[in-house]
Design a protein around this ligand. Structure first.
Ligand SMILES: Nc1ncnc2c1ncn2[C@@H]1O[C@H](COP(=O)(O)OP(=O)(O)O)[C@@H](O)[C@H]1O
Ligand SMILES: [Mg+2]
Length: 322
């Protein structure tokens, strides 16, 4: 692809999502995130539970409105459009949820679960076409036609997640949010599903936003990634650069407890003290300063660190580098 213009599919400009909370308080689930995702990327969104990953995914898909900020899809501002009216955009952006047990309708047959979107979007004319398409996409995710008339409870966790993937892909989307798609599966099944997703990306020209709390998955599956902490993006860049040269103390701590692919490389484990603070009253200054072992002083408690490009395409928001 050298010399060719890389096409951007998603751009976020200073996105915040603050949920109202009791009297005049807000949960600052996402707080000033800017990033861009290119076509055919597998972009990872990593960070501990509660850091705002799912909320950001839902904002991008316009399942919820952002509090402020701008969302672009293929260069067009989609922040204020009415999704009910934008059928084509709804079709182009799909999601696979974490839990295949609750995301599939328990009383619907697999063919109807997979084919539902085809009906909504008027992409088929009759039952025969629905069954044909459902069969094609079941095969694509590595399942046989014998499953067409079964119900979700008759399938294993891995099979259910394949059905959820087929349901998303049957609409020929451009962009798919994968929200911890393998975290409820056994490790061996996890690897199979990730392999399937990787092959489908190649064959169908897809772009993924892959949400995970597990950095070892981000490492094997993603090409670019962002690390989030308390709704803010702390580090962002090529996955390889981040793993080779993690710069933010939070990323360093997360990586230090992630199993190493290269056993020769020994890093000291950094155990983060305490729980992640509440996003209702996040620490002032850098949100991470209460747990940071490299805190340099008052500046960390007072000023929010701006994101800075430290090497090409590798951004870090930390006072150590300002
Ligand atoms: N609808 C909501 N109302 C209030 N708070 C919410 C809502 N959805 C998420 N949150 C809060 O926002 C924060 C980020 O949540 P989430 O995006 O689910 O994080 P993650 O996916 O990284 O685990 C959490 O503190 C969560 O409790
Ligand atoms: Mg989540």
């Amino acid at each position: 692809m050298k010399g060719k213009k890389v096409d951007e599919i998603i751009r976020l400009q200073d996105i915040t999502k603050h949920f109202p909370w009791k009297k005049r308080k807000y949960v600052k689930a996402v707080d000033g995130v800017s990033l861009s995702i290119n076509k055919r990327d597998i972009f990872g969104l990593a960070g501990e539970s509660g850091s705002g990953k799912t909320t950001l995914g839902r904002v991008i898909l316009r399942l919820i409105d952002p509090t402020s900020g701008i969302i672009f899809y293929e260069g067009a501002d989609i922040t204020n459009i009415k999704m009910e009216k934008e059928m084509d955009l709804r079709r182009k952006m799909q999601i696979v949820f974490q839990d295949p047990y609750s995301s599939l309708h328990p009383r619907k047959k697999i063919k109807d679960i997979i084919g539902r979107g085809l009906k909504t979007h008027h992409l088929i004319e009759n039952e025969r076409e629905l069954v044909e398409k459902a069969e094609e996409f079941l095969n694509l995710v590595g399942m046989g036609v014998e499953h067409l008339y079964r119900y979700p409870h008759e399938l294993s966790g891995g099979q259910r997640q394949r059905v959820a993937i087929a349901r998303a892909l049957i609409l020929n989307p451009g962009f798919v949010v994968l929200d911890e798609p393998t975290s409820s599966l056994d490790v061996s099944v996890q690897a199979e599903v990730l392999n399937l997703l990787k092959n489908l990306r190649e064959n169908l020209d897809l772009t993924y936003l892959f949400i995970t709390h597990d950095l070892s998955l981000a490492r094997v599956f993603t090409e670019k990634m962002a690390v989030m902490y308390l709704g803010k993006m702390t580090e962002y860049g090529d996955t390889e650069d981040i793993f080779k040269n993690p710069m933010h103390p939070y990323t360093k701590a997360l990586l230090s407890v992630t199993p190493q692919l290269d056993p020769k490389r020994k890093t000291k484990k950094i155990i983060l003290k305490g729980e992640i603070p509440s996003p209702i009253d996040p620490p002032v200054g850098c949100g991470f300063h209460t747990r940071c072992i490299e805190k340099i002083g008052r500046i960390c408690e007072e000023g929010f660190p701006q994101s800075k490009e430290m090497e090409k395409g590798h951004f870090v928001a930390c006072h150590l580098y300002s």
